[in-house]
Design a protein around this ligand. Sequence first.
Ligand code: FPP
Length: 246
Amino acid sequence: MFFQKKKRLLAKPDFDNLPQHIGFIMDGNGRWAKRRGLPRSAGHRAGAKTFRDMVRYCKDIGIKNMTVYAFSTENWKRPKEEVEAIMDLLRSYLKDAFDHREEEVRCLILGDTAPLAPDIVALIKKLEDESRDCKQMTLNIALNYGGRAEITHAVRELAGQVQRGELAPGEITEDTISAHLYTAGQPDPDLIIRPSGEYRTSNFLLWQSAYSELVFMDVLWPDFTRRDLDRAILEYQNRDRRFGGV
Ligand code: FPP
């Protein structure tokens, strides 16, 4: 069936009317490396560069919340050297705390940090504390993160409150659940971008993405550019968001 589009389509992104929150599934690092005959760790290194550039660009154009999927609860299944390579990239990013403060970016880690190396846990705490009052943008790094695990964690906390008599079951609402997620207090993502040609969201921001616009792109994450982000924003702005209404 053919539906005529009523909306006037934009030819270029409207930077005065940006999504508040963008999520990135940073996929395709392994394939990028393989195509070049390089080890997968080289792909992650290139991906980390893209990530840093995207943080800068998102902050500069005025995106208020940005979330990247850096390491999922399932990624532990990868070879030890690859996991270590990703953790090392993360270490070096976390150590640049001073830069973040200069860039006015508040940094938060979404996920269960308990199984991470103690030095990484300490770096996370330091960066989260130091950047707490930065107002330009909130950067969420999903690390040892899974959407289902996040919801399970929230439900456990609420069940504990019910058990202690602090909360009646009838008082559990969508808002109380949202308030117990790692993203508590932040707007849901308006736009989620997955490069690399895969068409799924892989347990990323499961609850928060109920009404997100999904943009899938063919480019691999290490090749993802500012121009690609502009293209994704344009695609988002040309969609008709109705949130279940008409
Ligand atoms: C998915 O690509 C990517 C990851 C599992 C790791 C993402 C990590 C980074 C971009 C670098 C570190 C992050 C920070 C925040 C400094 P893949 O390996 O699954 O690619 P493939 O599907 O082509 O194999």
